[in-house]
Design a protein around this ligand. Structure first.
Ligand code: GLP
Length: 257
């Protein structure tokens, strides 16, 4: 992780004669640098002391400017690590899409680093999750998912082997391979929980051990209700934001007879 260079911080120097509060000016300038891509996502701001010196302002001003941008989602503040430039991929919490198509839709180049790709007998848990007999084969797919070469997630997917045309049919996208075989998932459920990255996960995701990650468990089904996929994933919490649309249900009135 790089530190935002002093020359960029100096651009945040406020106009001391202006009527606008200093912290608002600093927040506006830093927000501008982030939006224009002049500072890179993931880069860390220098210490509070250097920020004060480089902008000629006080600790209170710096703190107010930072907390303004943290609340707007432009900065991430983590104890012991500092404040970094945040960028989240906004992921719909409801749409059933795959990693590859999501990356392509964002204009990014998806990539895969294979951890394993094998056909095997299911564990009893996998057989239960996929609602199959213990002697039916499954395909186990372990992948680090990348976008523009940046590792974003680790995924362990298990699918019934008869739903795709062999292991070789799965190149970059599982959903494409399922679709080609006429077994595209149509419905599903997903659970998302917060957790800390283990040392191995951190290594694969290029983050630090203990950094926040999102653990996701997805079950998907074909139109006829057959289970298609059971996937456990670890997503980088510093890069993903799951967004759900809310709609108030009309109030139910008690049945009167
Ligand atoms: C997402 C989901 C996974 C799913 C994958 C399919 O990442 N979390 O559960 O298996 O998409 O993506 P692709 O079609 O790129 O293999």
């Amino acid at each position: 992780m790089n530190i935002v260079p002093a020359a960029k911080i100096e651009k945040m120097r406020p106009d001391f004669g202006a009527s606008q509060p200093l912290y608002v000016q600093i927040a506006d300038r830093l927000r501008d640098l982030i939006i224009k891509g002049e500072v890179s996502v993931g880069d860390t701001l220098p210490s509070e002391r250097s920020l004060q010196d480089l902008t000629g302002t006080s600790r209170v001003t710096i703190r107010k400017a930072i907390s303004q941008l943290v609340s707007e989602g432009f900065l991430l503040s983590r104890r012991g690590v500092g404040t970094s430039i945040a960028a989240h991929i906004e992921q719909s919490g409801e749409r059933l899409t795959g990693f590859t198509s999501d990356a392509v839709d964002r204009g990014e180049k998806p990539g895969t680093f294979w951890l394993h790709k094998v056909a095997a007998k299911p564990t009893s848990h996998e057989a239960q999750m996929l609602e199959i007999a213990s002697n039916e084969l499954v395909l186990r797919l372990g992948r680090v998912r990348l976008a523009n070469k940046e590792p974003l997630a680790i995924e362990h997917a298990v699918v019934p082997a008869d739903l795709v045309d062999g292991l070789h049919a799965i190149e970059s996208s599982l959903y494409d391979a399922l679709g080609v075989a006429g077994n595209a998932p149509i419905t599903g459920t997903q659970k998302i929980g917060a957790s800390d990255a283990t040392a191995i996960e951190a290594g694969l995701l290029a983050i630090s051990e203990g950094d926040s990650v999102l653990r996701i468990e997805r079950h998907t089904y074909r139109a006829d209700g057959r289970a298609v996929e059971y996937t456990r994933s670890v997503y980088r919490a510093d890069r993903y934001l799951f967004v759900s649309e809310l709609r108030r249900e009309p109030k139910r009135t008690p049945l009167s007879d």
